[in-house]
Design a protein around this ligand. Sequence first.
Ligand SMILES: *Cc1c(COP(=O)(O)O)cnc(C)c1O
Length: 236
Amino acid sequence: MHDLTKIVAANLARVRDEIATAARAAGRRPEDIRLIAVSKTHPPEAVAAAIAAGQTDFGENTVQEALTKIPLYASVTWHMIGHLQSNKTKFVPGHFAWVHSIDSLKLAQRLSRQAAEKGVVLDALFEVNVTRDPAKHGLAPEELAPVLDALLKEDHPGLRLRGLMTIGPYPAPEADSRACFARLRELRDECRKRFGLRDFTELSMGMSGDYAAAIKEGSTMVRIGTAIFGERDYSK
Ligand SMILES: *Cc1c(COP(=O)(O)O)cnc(C)c1O
């Protein structure tokens, strides 16, 4: 067996194990947490290795790079997790099943229209910049409800509103990570109730360095790159 196949399989097994441990510690079921393998900067062979180890969900943060891999592995589920420029949105419906990074009303409207034109429905998450980090994208917490309110007042045939996404503070003490993730959970609960959104159940939160903390606060989707595929080499 190829080295990469072995390494990725072992890493995936360890991550799945740690997800299960964190879930049980929080009184949750491991199968309620979806593992998204973030393959950005890694070659198609890394995706193949993860698929061979049973991995079914993959995340990419740019459309351009994703389009070099998605056509090769169209049977797995792809998640767009990075910031989207409006000139790239047209590539999302049809390639990705989920988009985690909606951060404006305009972007939501555009994705909905383009998905509807293609005859597909995107599972949509809104990115919230809980910690108000100027280096991060996402809606400020107080912007979320007005955006949802405006979107729900019109048709949005290409989007299924599924929940929220955030990037935690990192590196940070666990208490700070948990406070951020707990806040996202509260925002989801508030929006779900206020707008009567039955399917608004998802919390995409937790990366290689903080996924155990995120699971303790209710994460339903963890986005993990480094712990599965190793360090990213941006020089290549
Ligand atoms: C790269 C990336 C991840 C994965 O990060 P790791 O620390 O490598 O696990 C998760 N979410 C987003 C939005 C990313 O861009």
